[in-house]
Design a protein around this ligand. Structure first.
Ligand SMILES: Cc1cc2nc3c(=O)[nH]c(=O)nc-3n(C[C@H](O)[C@H](O)[C@H](O)COP(=O)(O)O)c2cc1C
Length: 163
């Protein structure tokens, strides 16, 4: 079974989780880039607004060919209790017919379940089957702690069985 991990990360936490998953699950990784500037106070306010409104954004790559993959992970930071605009945009470009999907979200401390719920609705609407999901709290955690968190999620959810 070939696995792909699609993620967006602004400050690196979702990236660390994605890299640990890719390492242990022997998966390919694709990082989505948002062409709209998102750092700095003013941009963060508009980022929250865009996420809350589910505004689309310009992304790179604009879409991904999933032909060679059976299992697709999609990971996002939580913004205003929603997936990021870049993740909303990429999901809406994917052909997920017949694909198994695992969703994950990283957050300071809340909004993870509403984020997963919204991604779940969008993935199902595109023909994907959500088989698992998880959230990770990232507040005040360095890379080493995030790596340990990802390793324990892989064990607890038995993610290696989908390899
Ligand atoms: C614009 C913006 C909105 C955010 N909104 C939330 C939120 O609603 N709930 C929360 O717990 N964390 C929120 N956060 C914190 C991020 O979800 C958290 O730091 C996440 O792990 C960042 O992932 P990243 O390092 O991969 O970008 C927000 C961060 C930003 C920049």
């Amino acid at each position: 079974m070939r696995t792909l991990i699609i993620y967006y990360s602004e400050t690196g936490a979702t990236e660390v989780i994605s890299q640990v998953l890719a390492h242990y699950l022997n998966a390919d990784l694709v990082q989505i880039h948002d062409m709209k500037p998102r750092s700095g106070f003013k941009n963060k306010l508009s980022a929250s607004f865009d996420a809350f409104r589910e505004n689309k954004t310009e992304i790179y790559p604009p879409t991904i060919d999933l032909t060679n993959y059976d299992l697709v992970y999609i990971g996002t930071p939580v913004w205003a209790s929603k997936p990021t605009p870049s993740i909303i945009t990429i999901i809406d470009s994917l052909n997920l017919q017949g694909k198994d999907v695992i969703l994950f979200a990283t957050m300071s401390n809340k909004g993870g379940s509403s984020t997963i719920e919204r991604m779940d609705e969008k993935v199902r609407a595109r023909g994907g089957r959500v088989i698992e999901s998880f959230t990770v709290k990232t507040k005040d955690k360095g890379s080493n702690q995030l790596i340990r968190d990802a390793e324990s999620i892989i064990e607890i959810l038995d993610l290696k069985i989908y390899k």
